[in-house]
Ligand binder design. Structure first.
Ligand code: RM4
Ligand code: MN
Ligand code: MN
Length: 432
């Protein structure tokens, strides 16, 4: 195999030299400012360095809408090239050592080879994702009218088998969780019997649940519409929670930020799931209207902060069984996917660090005293603190780039990949 272009540590260090002076100056200034409120900046740097979020294999290709896909140059054409891109993101931002795979898009010929290839890049595998919302060329029965909830038991079985195959591949790759999102639902009133469909879902999921290794978790991802436009079987967090409870202690709810009705209080859903011990993980992204899959923090950064407020509150309060898996789930249509993923990963660390800045003792006192104005002001104080120097310092200390996107652009990575990876017609990357 010819040697592929990669960004070397030496190049990152050289680029970092350019920004060292300002980061030191801004960092020291912020440290003094935080000291006045008895906050040790070093604890925040440590928190930023410890934060982890998984990258979706499907996110490194250009996505698409139902109108069109405009492929970029140098797109990954197979799972190895996708991992290569994930390795580049990891090298620069340092908070993304895990990759979430989608089967069959990423089905490997050899799990051993794939695992070794990933390990060489310092990567490992996060939750597996099944796909029963499309038909594959070699597939016997169609999912046109559903998969795990289809009235025909043969179709349900095919979908169950597919999920079990995902778990088997994941087991060989060292994954520890499986995420199930189904497109099942109805486009028209009367199309589907709501209760029967949910019964069938539970029956199917029960078989998948029983195929899970002991130390695995099963994540149920809900979504209130699309591709079914009238009703979906797992439409909201309430149904997801009900199903998790029915299935057993290894089943949890996964919150994709784009899968809720408009104006729903997502941070409150997060708090409820934490309280009920069933928050499994996240698909981070952002949205203006629906399941827009925009970059995390691009539309509603305050909402993201409020979600992290709940997460950090649970973390600091050591809520039993609180161990959410953080993943990105975005579709990049007009940006370089690697740049979007790097920026999103950084935005999550930003929200995480800002949530650590909240004076929780004070907030709690204000809540007890019923002082809504100052309670909000306490949150805003943390939210409006610019923690950029902390993020940059954390990346640098972990061996990453002070400015990941500038470093990436300076390396010419995309142009190198354009030469190495001439496009192949019809290659399935991204979410189309
Ligand atoms: C869905 C959902 C799933 C993702 C697919 C591609 O809307 O968010 O998590 O696997 O898109
Ligand atoms: Mn998702
Ligand atoms: Mn989605």
């Amino acid at each position: 195999m010819t040697k592929h272009f990669e960004i070397h540590d030496g190049f990152v260090a050289e680029q970092n030299k350019k920004s060292k002076a300002w980061i030191k100056e801004d960092f020291d200034h912020l440290a003094r400012k935080l000291e006045r409120s008895n906050v040790d900046i070093e604890n925040l740097v440590a928190a930023a360095q410890a934060f982890r979020v998984a990258v979706p294999s499907w996110g490194v290709g250009t996505g698409g809408t139902r109108f069109a896909r405009f492929p970029g140059v140098g797109e990954p054409r197979n799972i190895f090239e996708k991992l290569e891109d994930c390795g580049t993101i990891f090298k620069l931002v340092r908070s993304t050592p895990a990759v979430s795979l989608h089967i069959p898009w990423d089905r490997p010929d050899s799990t051993t080879e794939l695992r070794e290839f990933a390990a060489d890049l310092g990567l490992h595998f996060d939750a597996m994702n099944s796909n029963t919302f499309q038909d594959q060329p070699e597939q016997e029965l169609s999912y046109r009218f559903g998969s795990l909830t289809h009235p025909d038991p043969a179709i349900r079985n095919q979908a169950i088998e597919h999920n079990i195959e995902c778990i088997e591949i994941g087991r060989a790759l060292g994954s520890r969780a499986h995420t199930v999102w189904i497109g099942d639902g109805g486009n028209f009133p009367g199309q589907q019997h709501f209760r029967k469909a949910l019964d069938r879902y539970l029956e199917s999921m029960n078989q998948i649940y029983h195929a899970l290794p002991d130390d695995w978790r099963l994540f149920i991802e809900h979504k209130f519409y699309e591709p079914a436009f009238y009703s979906t079987v797992i439409n909201d967090w309430g149904v997801s929670y009900y199903c998790a409870r029915e299935l057993g202690p290894k089943a949890f709810c996964l919150v994709d930020l784009g899968h809720h009705a408009p104006n729903v209080n997502i941070e409150m859903i997060v708090a409820r799931l934490i309280q009920f011990g069933r928050l499994g993980g996240f698909h981070f992204n952002d949205s203006k209207y629906g399941d827009d899959d925009l970059d995390a923090g691009s539309i509603k950064p305050f909402q993201l902060f409020l979600i992290f407020n709940e997460l950090v509150d649970a973390e600091l309060g050591r809520v039993p069984s609180f161990d959410p898996a953080y993943m990105l789930d975005q579709s990049h249509n007009v940006t370089d996917p690697l740049e979007s993923l790097m920026m999103s990963a950084s935005e999550l660390v930003r929200a995480y660090v800002q949530a650590h800045l909240i004076n929780r003792q004070l907030l709690s006192e204000l809540q007890e005293k019923s002082d809504p104005l100052m309670a909000l002001a306490t949150l805003k104080q943390a939210f409006t603190t610019d923690v950029t120097p902390i993020l940059a310092m954390a990346r640098e200390r972990s061996g990453g780039a002070i400015d990941p996107i500038a470093t990436y652009r300076a390396s010419g990575y995309r142009n190198h990949k354009a030469e190495e990876r001439p496009s192949v017609i019809g290659v399935a990357v991204g979410i189309v």
